[in-house]
Design a protein around this ligand. Structure first.
Ligand code: AMP
Length: 202
């Protein structure tokens, strides 16, 4: 068997960052060590391979590190914070969901989420995910799961099928105003199927 490492020992906790009450889990020492980082990437890759994903959706911004590390050899699509993906100045709206949470233009799918702390939005470029493609969503931390669910909505609009979520860290105690944590939210999104994998829980 390959060498095993205690990944938990490489995560530092910073209390009350970025605001009071949040215990920020910092992966800086894990990333600094090539051996530990690669170990984590390989475990996440195991999740993606088990689910048989065709493509990685890496979430802005620390998800880019884990998505690239775990997704070596697989196609990667960027899921970016709103306003970062390049589009021509004229990009007309072609669809808006009734609740306004999904806005589609000719070039972008935008999903608004996290209403409890004001509105945040994620975007993907249209045409980067093909109908029926099995997608693995990768991020560093799953807290309330709002970010990952927003990514899923964008992927699914394009016809992709989320086959797996893999996170370095899952925070089961982090609940949004609706009372749900990430795993519960993502299970509900997928009709009760649990597609969530994580290497560490805090
Ligand atoms: P959420 O949408 O609530 O699941 O939040 C997920 C995003 O917020 C992730 O991309 C993380 O980068 C970040 N995040 C949330 N809570 C924490 C935390 N306690 N420590 C570090 N990052 C966090």
């Amino acid at each position: 068997m390959d060498e095993m490492f205690n990944l938990r020992a490489y995560i530092d906790t910073v209390p009350d960052f970025p605001k009071p009450g949040i215990m920020f889990r910092d992966d800086a020492r894990l990333l600094e060590s090539p051996r530990i980082r690669t170990y984590a990437f390989n475990l996440m890759r195991g999740h993606l391979d088990e689910a048989g994903v065709d493509k990685i959706a890496a979430i802005d911004s620390r998800g880019f590190i884990y998505g690239t590390g775990a997704g070596n050899g697989l196609p990667i699509v960027k899921v970016r914070k709103a306003g970062k993906l390049p589009v021509p100045p004229h990009d007309p709206i072609v669809h808006r969901s009734e609740d306004g949470r999904l806005v589609v233009t000719e070039r972008l799918v935008t999903v608004y989420y996290g209403l409890e702390y004001g509105r945040d939005a994620l975007q993907i470029h249209r045409g980067r995910i093909q109908k029926g493609e099995k997608v693995g969503v990768v991020d560093d931390v799953a807290a309330t799961g709002g970010t990952a669910e927003a990514a899923a909505r964008a992927i699914e609009y394009e016809g992709g099928v989320v086959a797996c979520y893999t996170f370095l860290i899952e925070l089961p105690g982090a609940r949004a105003n609706d009372g749900m944590n990430a795993r519960e939210r993502l299970m509900e999104h997928h009709g009760g199927m649990d597609l969530v994998k994580s290497l560490l829980q805090f």
